[in-house]
Write a protein that binds this ligand. Structure first.
Ligand SMILES: CC(C)(COP(=O)(O)OP(=O)(O)OC[C@H]1O[C@@H](n2cnc3c(N)ncnc32)[C@H](O)[C@@H]1OP(=O)(O)O)[C@@H](O)C(=O)NCCC(=O)NCCS
Length: 194
């Protein structure tokens, strides 16, 4: 089920984020700050503190409550956050789509964790949320992220010049999608604007 813990490898789990993750997220993001810098928006120093993470999580959990975001953490054997995975901009109706974002702690990168977690999230998006499609955008030279998406069955469908403000510049992005199923649209009304 979507709220369960999902085993990713022998000592790593994917589970819904909670308010109690603020402290370990601050530690992990601080440790990984330089590693992630080329692929992230510029963040204020306060973002990397426990209080900064508590404020971010309050916003994220409110968005989850409203059904617009599904946020998970990757948790290590001591249940400390060592990565983050979000399905953002969840839209139902005839679109049934969401935008995936993710990061993995520098001390855990290169072990296949992002690939395994993205595969699991795509299964949950298809089987639990009944989404038709998941999309993701990467900075045009973010080869590691592009490898993750390719291994998980995503295909590039577009190229967006100067798409997002990353590491202090408007950076070109490659846009990817994975179609999850071609089954019927189930009952709820279309979201506004779709
Ligand atoms: C992208 C990211 C999530 C990948 O996490 P990960 O757990 O290391 O990913 P995996 O181990 O599952 O797979 C990484 C793949 O990228 C490859 N890779 C890693 N660094 C690379 C590099 N500099 N150049 C080319 N390929 C690279 C690995 O070899 C592996 O591919 P392979 O299985 O074909 O050998 C992680 O690097 C990260 O958090 N980066 C910073 C934030 C970010 O870029 N987020 C994504 C924004 S779109």
């Amino acid at each position: 089920m979507i709220d369960d813990n999902h085993r990713i490898d022998a000592e790593t789990w994917l589970r819904p984020v909670t308010e109690a993750d603020a402290a370990s997220l601050a530690v992990s993001m601080t440790r990984s700050r330089a590693y992630m810098r080329p692929w992230e928006p510029v963040r204020p120093d306060a973002f990397y503190t426990e209080e900064g993470q508590r404020q971010r999580l309050a916003g994220l959990l409110a968005e989850r409550e409203a059904g617009r975001v599904m946020p998970w953490v990757l948790a290590d054997g001591q249940d400390r956050a060592v990565g983050g995975f979000n399905l953002n901009a969840v839209v139902l109706g005839p679109f049934r789509s969401a935008t995936l974002g993710y990061w993995v702690d520098v001390t855990h990168a290169g072990r296949g964790l992002a690939t395994a977690a993205v595969r699991r999230i795509c299964e949950l998006a298809r089987d639990e949320l009944r989404l038709h499609r998941v999309e993701a955008g990467t900075v045009s030279d973010n080869t590691a992220s592009q490898r993750v998406l390719a291994k998980c069955g995503f295909e590039q469908y577009g190229f967006a010049p100067r798409y997002l403000h990353i590491d202090g510049e408007w950076r070109d992005h490659r846009l990817y999608q994975r179609i999850l199923h071609d089954g019927p649209v189930t009952g709820e009304p279309a979201a506004p604007g779709v």
